[in-house]
Ligand binder design. Sequence first.
Ligand code: UDP
Ligand code: MG
Length: 319
Amino acid sequence: MDQSPLISIVVPCYDEEANLSELYRRLTTVLRAMDNSASYEIVLVNDGSSDRTWPVILSLINADSHVVGVNLAHNHGHQLALSAGLKNCKGQRIFILDADLQDPPELLPDMMGLMDQGADVVYGQRLSRRGENWFKKTSAALFYRCFNRLADVRLPLDSGDFRLLSRRCLNILNAMPEQHRFIRGMVGWIGMKQVALPYHRQPRFAGATKYSFGRMLHFAADAVTGFSIKPLRLATYLGGFSALVGIIILVYSIMRWVEGDVVAGWTSLIATVVIMGSTQLLVLGVFGEYLGRLYIQAKQRPLFVVESIVTTQDLKKNG
Ligand code: UDP
Ligand code: MG
């Protein structure tokens, strides 16, 4: 008989101590109300939290054998923490959720219904985002639109990692070896039958966002470099354009020299140096972004380090 649970809920958690009990309560209410209620697991990944997230996870495991804890050895970031959970879950269908309750767990039955009709991926699509500031909303909206212009894979607009995946889709995702993971893009690349479920995003239940401006920039760079080499091509165009400007300035300088008017060329000289220098640095920077990722990928390190995986049975065994 197949022992694997029907549904795995996978939640990356970084300093989310104030959200976990409410998350567990709401998830469990939803899962118990569904058919097949015994057949689920809640995989909580502790991503090197510095607060009491791991002790809270342990107490949930102690009270309920549906809960499994994956403890990472240090902070790996959202996408790798999620990857660790996705590698270590056993369900036939996998529900990805954030710990902060911005995405309502109550949508699971609707997602299950859509999957019953044959979908491999049911992704939540945000109709609105409450409780997030103007900057976050605008930058996110802009990002999804720019990404689709640059990348070779189409990303549904305004959707995050909140989704239900089929096991066959997850197996392919887990087999993708890249270190800089942009999971929603990777799922988009896999293809198969993907269906949207529109919903309204809620404010965080507690705590603050873990995505600083710097982290958001990193995330966007991983997304674009992971799915497009167009920036490299743009770098070439830019190099070509600046070379053209350089030639025009050169011709102008020679003409002035022929006229015997050499010292007056100081401004154009400085302009040339600045234009050429900064363009070269910019182009080198773009190359560097790709080279750095290639370098890290070449090292073939494991994606994440799991310190321990804890189930209720383990806790009982150790007293
Ligand atoms: N997260 C994580 N590791 C990190 C940062 C975030 O596991 O280094 C988790 C976090 O606990 C949450 C999810 O990733 O469950 C999304 O993070 P957050 O809510 O801060 O992002 P936002 O919704 O503001 O984009
Ligand atoms: Mg959030």
